[in-house]
Design a protein around this ligand. Structure first.
Ligand code: NI
Length: 177
């Protein structure tokens, strides 16, 4: 396993539409391992392959909750979703404060369907369908958006989005000097 570099806005690769994984092979399993290690190291609860500059429809996630005081740690529950798709979504919406490893230290509330049904392949290439709600529903929608070149800031007002894009563009220019 290896920790990979996470790309951040305004990197244009984040706007790419990722390609489906054609065969779930050793290479894909290695990529998923690296993504999980990178995600835990960040730390984050979800990562899409494009965030480490791999335009493939592959997501890792761990939403197992940890005790707030850090006294009782709940075991990690790493998950991998290959070629995930939303097959249905509730009309009911819910609001969560979202963040993104590609937009560090920026958090805003986003409204999305409260429940979704997701179809995906596992690391053995087997098809699964699951109903997601709560944080799981929000997280899987956020990550699938990445596979389509969509970022959570796209759901904010133009004013807020422009402000955050400008801030990161300026920082990138300064870093390049
Ligand atoms: Ni993200």
């Amino acid at each position: 396993m290896a920790i990979r570099e996470i790309i951040i806005i305004p990197d244009k690769q984040l706007r790419l539409v990722s390609k489906p994984v054609e065969t779930v092979n050793a290479e894909i399993r290695k990529l998923a391992d690296d993504m999980l290690e990178t995600m835990y190291d960040a730390p984050g609860i979800g990562l899409a392959a494009i965030q480490i500059a791999q335009p493939l429809r592959l997501i890792t996630m761990d939403i197992a909750k940890r005790d707030k005081d850090g006294e009782e740690e709940i075991k990690p529950r790493p998950r991998v979703f290959i070629n995930p798709e939303i097959v249905s979504a509730s009309e009911e919406l819910s609001v969560y404060e979202e963040g993104c490893l590609s937009i560090p230290e920026y958090y805003e509330e986003v409204e999305r369907p409260a429940r979704v049904r997701v179809r995906f392949l596992d690391l053995d290439g087997k098809v699964h369908e699951e109903d997601a709600e709560g944080l799981y529903a929000t997280c899987i929608q956020h990550e699938i958006d990445h596979l389509n070149g969509v970022l959570f800031v796209d759901y904010l007002s133009k004013l807020k989005r422009d402000r955050v894009m400008k801030k990161f563009t300026k920082a990138a220019k300064l870093a390049a000097k």
